[in-house]
Design a binder for this molecule. Structure first.
Ligand code: UP5
Ligand code: MG
Length: 195
């Protein structure tokens, strides 16, 4: 029987809010497995055997959202392969399609314990991504893609955060200070959670 095999913390926030940066710190201190949906999609795009490469490439450049069947399958595979039970799922679910698909596929095996929301102004988000774009090689760290990523976050992802707020699952973290200071707040949330 596999009921609630997995514990999941969703990690959300605008592009460049610091999701990935903070997840690394959480892994170091609390021993979760970090799965970035964006990283999994980029790896899938890079796999020449994949039939989804072009589709993923287009969505990433356009800042739009890949169909949930693809993303959720990548997440589930990574979860199963890890052999672990506690996961930080970074950058997912981003829209209603993601949320519905996740619930359909994962409700029986995964328990969403909390949603961390890194709250960061558009201006700071965009500046961080543009700075990173000088060296990241990411096809979406440019002004044009960033405009679209911000629109998608505001229109599609914010309602998902609100959905989880109504379920009292959201922990909102101010994300504009330096990474160490942001992590101070993150730790407070995790200490509360474990006690
Ligand atoms: N930085 C981080 N924290 C800082 C701080 N406190 N102070 C100063 N600088 C800070 O950080 C971004 C940059 O800012 C880095 O240079 C970092 O050093 C610095 P990072 O930790 O990488 O932020 P993060 O929130 O992870 O930013 P990311 O760009 O990864 O966010 P996105 O949500 O835009 O990207 P993601 O990879 O999740 O998704 C990319 C695309 O994939 C999406 O647009 C979409 O097209 C697709 N996608 C889906 O379709 N479905 C999914 O489920 C997921 C993704
Ligand atoms: Mg990231």
């Amino acid at each position: 029987n596999s009921v609630n095999m997995y514990n999941v913390v969703f990690v959300l926030g605008g592009p460049g809010a610091g999701k990935g940066t903070q997840c690394v710190k959480i892994v170091e201190k609390y021993g979760y497995v970090h799965l970035s949906a964006g990283d999994l999609l980029r790896a899938e795009r890079a796999n020449s055997e994949s039939k989804y490469g072009q589709l993923i490439d287009k969505h990433i450049k356009e800042g739009s959202i890949v169909p949930v069947a693809i993303t959720c399958a990548l997440l589930r595979q990574a979860m199963e392969k890890s052999g672990k039970t506690n996961f930080l799922i970074d950058g997912f679910p981003r829209n209603k399609d993601n949320l519905d698909g996740w619930n359909q596929e994962m409700n029986d095996v995964a328990n969403v314990k909390m949603v961390l929301f890194f709250n960061c102004s558009e201006e700071v988000c965009v500046n961080r991504c543009l700075e990173r774009g000088k060296t990241s090689g990411r096809t979406d760290d440019n002004t044009e893609s960033l405009k679209k990523r911000i629109v998608t976050f505001n229109n599609s992802t914010k309602p998902i955060i609100e959905h989880y707020q109504a379920l009292k699952l959201v922990q909102e973290i101010p994300a504009e200070k330096n990474p160490t200071e942001v992590f101070e707040e993150v730790q407070q949330v995790f200490e509360k959670m474990d006690s």
